[in-house]
Design a protein around this ligand. Structure first.
Ligand SMILES: *Cc1c(COP(=O)(O)O)cnc(C)c1O
Ligand SMILES: [Zn+2]
Length: 409
């Protein structure tokens, strides 16, 4: 089978996928490119029907070529549930929620790490690290455990305690960082050469976007190869939106869907809303966030690494970005609860955003809308990490702790 390639989103340069580069020399984002004509000649939607409902049913559209290297815990194949009562009250033609909390590790991050860790497995890499607000850390921890890799995860000190415990449960070396996700990212990056770990941070390698792409493929298949009018997604680093946008373009190129791309709506929480501010200002790149005051969720990313591309996707699809408050998130959690669905703060933010967009007339009664509940509500319940971890600030401090840990072993 032919190897997929990488194409730079900024300068169009093509390179091999082999070294799993995330960025081009020009700074542009590298995305996997497939020979869709060839794939379309040998694969049709009907061929999928007999395959098991995990994200690997789309393996031709995923970059792993050695099927034995696939690291799977049963990710993908999540239910798409219709919310009739909310449909009536908002009102909307159709309202669906994609229940991504049913993935292994309780969040959609499992998809990205199944693909990324498989690519690393294919190349014999056995030490990995990631900075994360929480769910990426536990997903990497689980897939690394599955693949017998050593995992190092770095989360902000206010990361939900249960998620910290979850990382340790999978055996990851888990560290809390005094700062935000980019401070954690600086440590993962600083140790890359010396510690010889592969940094699987958002958009640093091509696998995570490809895994998240399967949300879009699945959604289209579940809707009978039709795309909805609006997709509302809680956005932080942006690879979920980039992945689904890529999925829909690939499906159109394959001829499996005919309709236009949905309007993409990114939802953020007030207090860390770089995308919302950029859309309001008509800016090409998200502005820096001076003071971050939002809660520790997957949406709290003050400097989204491919912010420019993300904004262009929102604009290209006539979408938008909207920020909701912690109170609105709480209300929306209860609205979801009244439908029998437990939503994470991120998932609830999306419903809160939709309510506002209906009020504003951006989303209209004739629209068919899909919400994403990206994680399990229970991961966010209050929990005290015992014994507490030492909080680190820099890579040098991490080195000191790591030395002590090695002595103790
Ligand atoms: C990471 C995360 C997000 C943000 O997703 P991106 O693809 O990074 O924008 C949203 N919700 C949850 C639960 C997350 O863990
Ligand atoms: Zn380039």
């Amino acid at each position: 089978m032919e190897r997929p390639l990488l194409r730079c989103m900024a300068c169009d340069k093509i390179r091999l996928l082999d070294d799993l580069a995330g960025l081009c020399e020009c700074g542009g984002l590298l995305l996997v490119e497939y020979d869709l004509e060839r794939i379309g000649n040998s694969l049709s939607p009907d061929d999928l029907k007999s395959r098991s409902f995990t994200m690997w049913r789309y393996h031709e559209l995923l970059p792993v070529r050695d099927r034995n290297a696939i690291v799977s815990l049963g990710e993908g194949g999540t239910p798409l549930v219709r919310l009739q009562s909310l449909e009536k009250s908002l009102p909307l033609a159709e309202l669906w929620v994609k229940r991504e909390e049913q993935n292994p590790t309780g969040s959609f991050k499992a998809r990205g790490f199944s693909a990324a860790v498989s690519l690393l497995q294919e190349r014999g890499i056995h030490r990995v690290a990631v900075p994360s607000n929480g769910n990426a850390a536990s997903a990497l921890a689980a897939y690394a455990a599955r693949a017998k890799m050593e995992a190092y995860v770095f989360v902000p000190r206010d990361c939900p305690g249960l998620i910290v415990e979850e990382c340790r449960y999978y055996g990851a070396r888990t560290y809390q960082v005094d700062g935000l996700i980019h401070d954690a990212g600086a440590i993962a990056e600083a140790g890359k050469n010396e510690q010889r770990w592969f940094n699987v941070a958002t958009l640093r390698e091509p696998g995570r976007v490809e895994g998240k792409k399967t949300m879009g493929l699945e959604l289209a298949e579940q809707l009978g190869w039709q795309l909805p009018d609006v997709v509302v997604y809680p956005t932080g680093g942006g690879s979920g939106v980039i992945g689904m946008w890529k999925a829909f373009h690939e499906l159109r190129q394959l001829g499996w869907v005919q309709n236009e791309l949905p309007r993409f709506v990114s939802v953020q929480e007030t207090g860390c809303q770089p995308l919302v501010d950029a859309i309001a200002a008509g800016a090409k790149e998200p502005p820096g966030v001076k003071e971050v005051t939002s809660s520790p969720t997957g949406m709290r990313v003050p400097h989204p690494p491919a912010g420019g591309l993300l904004l262009s996707i929102l604009r290209e699809t006539n979408g938008t970005a909207i920020a909701v408050s912690a109170d609105e998130i709480g209300d929306a959690q209860r609205m979801f609860g009244a439908c029998g669905i437990s939503a994470s703060p991120e998932g609830a933010a999306v419903l809160a955003g939709l309510v506002r967009l209906c009020d504003q007339g951006f989303v209209r009664p004739a629209d068919k809308v899909v919400l994403f509940n990206t994680a399990h509500a229970l991961k966010y319940l209050p929990w005290t990490v015992e014994p507490p971890l030492q909080i680190i600030k820099t890579y040098e401090e991490w080195c000191q702790i790591a030395e002590k840990e090695a002595d103790e072993q």
